[in-house]
Design a protein around this ligand. Structure first.
Ligand code: HEC
Length: 212
C-alpha cells in the first residue's frame, strides 16, 4: 500500500514534467508566422523601397499633410533651409553679414543683379567661390568665399531664389535650368574668382518660367 502510494506520486511528477515540454500550441505557431508575414508585407509596401530620397529632408514639403504632399516643394522654403545649413555662419540669419569680414546679402547689388552685375555672374560666383578684394554696397572686403559647385542645380537655384526674396530683397527667381546652363559654360574655371574676372564675364539674363 505504502509502496503503491509512492509509485503514484512519482507518476504525477512525470506527467507534470512532460506537460512543460509539450510542443507549442499550433495556434501560437500559426499566429507567430502570420505576424512575421504581416511585418514583411508592411515593410515592403511602406518603406518606399528603402530609397534614401524618399525621406530627403531638402525635398520635403513642410506646408502640410498628405493632401498637398504632391505639390512641388517651395524653393524659398527649401532655399531657406539650405541657407541655414551652408551660409548662415558667415552671412548671418539677418543677411547683413559681419562688417569687415563677411559682406551683406540684403540689398547687395551682386545678389539683386543690379547692372553691371548680372545673374550669370552670381551663379558663377556661387559655383567657384571668390578670393581677394570685393566691393559690396560701397564697403570693401578682402576675404574668401568658399565654392558651392558640390550643390545640385535645384539646390543652388533654391538658395539663390531665397536670398533674392528675403530681408527686403525683391528679385526674380533663378531657375534650375539656368544654373545648369551656366555650370556647363564654366568648364575652364576651377579656381575662385577675382572681382575683375567675374565682372569681365558678359552678362546673360535668366528668364524665369512664366508660371512663377
Ligand atoms: C566661410 C564664410 C562664408 C560662407 C559659409 C559663405 N560665404 Fe558668401 N561670401 C563670403 C565672403 C568672405 C564673401 C566676399 C568674398 C571676398 O571677400 O573675396 C562672400 C560673398 C558672397 C556673395 C557676393 C557678395 C554679396 O555680399 O552679395 C554672395 C552672393 C554670397 N557670398 C552668397 C553666399 C551663399 C548663398 C552662401 C551659402 C551657400 C555663402 N555665401 C556662404 C563668405 C562666406
Amino acid at each position: 500500500m505504502n509502496h503503491d502510494q509512492h509509485q503514484s506520486s512519482q507518476n504525477e511528477e512525470d506527467s507534470c514534467e512532460s506537460s512543460t515540454n509539450r510542443p507549442l500550441s499550433p495556434w501560437l505557431v500559426g499566429l507567430f508566422i502570420l505576424a512575421l508575414f504581416w511585418g514583411g508585407f508592411y515593410l515592403a509596401f511602406n518603406s518606399g523601397g528603402f530609397r534614401q530620397d524618399v525621406y530627403e529632408s531638402n525635398v520635403v514639403n513642410w506646408a502640410g499633410g498628405g493632401a498637398v504632399a504632391a505639390a512641388p516643394p517651395d524653393p524659398k522654403v527649401v532655399g531657406k533651409r539650405l541657407y541655414s545649413q551652408n551660409c548662415i555662419v558667415c552671412h548671418q540669419a539677418t543677411g547683413l553679414g559681419v562688417p569687415g569680414q563677411f559682406p551683406p546679402l540684403a540689398g547687395s547689388e551682386w545678389v539683386l543683379s543690379v547692372a553691371p552685375h548680372a545673374e550669370n555672374q552670381l551663379v558663377l560666383l556661387m559655383l567657384n567661390g571668390h578670393q581677394g578684394p570685393m566691393t559690396v554696397k560701397g564697403q570693401s572686403f578682402n576675404n574668401a568665399m568658399p565654392q558651392w559647385k558640390q550643390l545640385a542645380d535645384d539646390q543652388l537655384s533654391a538658395i539663390l531664389t531665397y536670398i533674392r526674396s528675403d530681408w527686403g530683397n525683391n528679385a526674380p527667381a533663378i531657375d534650375p535650368a539656368f544654373v545648369a546652363q551656366i555650370r556647363k559654360s564654366d568648364g575652364a574655371q576651377s579656381d575662385p574668382w577675382t572681382q575683375a574676372q567675374l565682372m569681365a564675364v558678359p552678362p546673360v539674363k535668366d528668364t524665369p518660367p512664366a508660371a512663377k
